[in-house]
Design a protein around this ligand. Sequence first.
Ligand SMILES: Cc1cc2nc3c(=O)[nH]c(=O)nc-3n(C[C@H](O)[C@H](O)[C@H](O)COP(=O)(O)O)c2cc1C
Length: 261
Amino acid sequence: MSDNIFTEELELNYTEVAPEIDFVEFEKVITSRRSVRVFGDEEVPEEVVQKAIEHGLLAPNSSNLQPWEFHWVRSEDKRSALSKMCFGQNGAKTAKHLIVCVAKTGTWKNNCQRMLASLEATSKKDGIEVPNAVKAYYSKIAPMAYGYMGPFGIFSPLKWAFYNTIGLFQVIFREPMFPSDLRTWAHKTTALACENIMLSIRAQGYDTLPMEGFDAKRVKKLLGLGCKDHVTMILGVGKRSAKGVYGPQFRFPKEDFIIKH
Ligand SMILES: Cc1cc2nc3c(=O)[nH]c(=O)nc-3n(C[C@H](O)[C@H](O)[C@H](O)COP(=O)(O)O)c2cc1C
């Protein structure tokens, strides 16, 4: 690959100093986050959820294209309808807020343009040029990576064949080639935001339940979502009741999952 956004060292005249972190407190947030199946009666202030979703928006995300949306369901009647669509799970029924986290496969193109426009605006303000490698990334490379699939992915087999032929001779990206890969792409990034939201809510003294047990079709209809919107998970938010956590946190031995090369 010739010089590009990945290989070029950009001269941006910008420094950001990393602040000190209280690691003990950080670890407490991680280890005390549990999936809470029954929430108590305590209300969760709106500011807590607002802040948490804002923290979700700060999650790392693919190409900074932010292919997500968070539908904060607060009204009693919508929450009740939604909890039925979560198979009546107690964690949904007793939640004070429900957040439907949506991965979007239809916004990347427009967001490439938005990225270019906001980079241009910031550069103009600071009196510096947007590096060509960055411009090329959003105008050429990102469309090559996320596009060229055609409606319903009719061109995907051609895209796959093209990239895999080139891939015989050089390092090249292999996904997303098909619309299903694009869904995975958007879900990956949205799930990172979900974790930020859950940790933020824990850090503010409240609890969550991530759910994938729901009827996606009905949920999408309730929220007016389209065919390029995919529900990654639904988060129940509340304060854990005394018996809301069903047992100590269990994981298989870490040696099974940490593979050192
Ligand atoms: C994507 C996802 C979907 C989940 N869906 C459900 C669900 O529908 N209902 C439920 O009770 N728990 C659900 N869980 C919670 C998991 O069962 C739970 O995270 C796991 O048992 C580990 O427990 P812990 O979160 O307390 O560490 C889900 C978790 C994730 C990450």
